[in-house]
Write a protein that binds this ligand. Sequence first.
Ligand code: APR
Length: 255
Amino acid sequence: MSENILIPDDLARALREARSVAVLTGAGISAESGVPTFRSRQTGLWARYDPMQFVSVEGFRRNPKLVWEWHQWLRELVAAAQPNPAHLALARLERLVPACTVITQNIDDLHERAGSQNVVRLHGDLFETRCSRERRVLREAELDTSTVPPRCPCGAFARPGEVWFGEALPPEALNAAVLAMRACDFCLVVGTSAVVHPAAGLVNLVSDRATRVVVNLERTGHAVSADYLLQAAAGMALPALVNAAFGPEQPPAAP
Ligand code: APR
């Protein structure tokens, strides 16, 4: 399927010769795994739900049960999803270049399940549970599950661990993302509408000498400064790009 996409020779060579790759991913890379994006027309989560009601501190304060149960629905949906060829192509790329950092806005775990090791999570982890008062991560065994949401031993409600609108990004994740973007000589932006900051602004840190590629179904603000725009599904474009640079993946040698 990925052979339908024509990868320019100079783009394939730039990736093959890259020393440090930084990849910024958004919800679009998980779309072909069946995980809804946020802003796609009709199917995006924010076309159906008000983000301020479901992913904000105020929304949780107003109706913690609704927010908790919505996240339980999303957790089940993501747990049933599988990494798609786009996630797998990035995990393969990490094994082929000297340095590769996947900086994701996504709260699913599909990059890790695809085999990516060096993943920077800007918006946290859907499957993490924290105390809404102490902010610390809570283990399953600590939760008082006699209420919905469950409660922390301190008595406060537990909440999903991802970053909500209006909350600061984890400083260590943001720092790691800044370093990777500054150091890269090849920057790949995949499946993001480029409207949420500071994530969207990270591409401004990329050196002018680096090769910048956007993979997206539609043109976004990031396309303006890109050297290449692969306007296609990530599940086709990323395997095509990695195959063009390094050849098709060889099946594991027979034992
Ligand atoms: N392949 C490539 N791109 C795709 C695909 C696909 N199969 N499907 C959708 N896209 C594109 C859409 O065209 C859109 O430009 O992916 C982008 C997804 O944009 P959003 O839904 O806005 O998701 P994202 O950019 O990750 O949102 C950023 O907003 O709500 C917050 O915290 C949330 O991390 C999220 C942040």
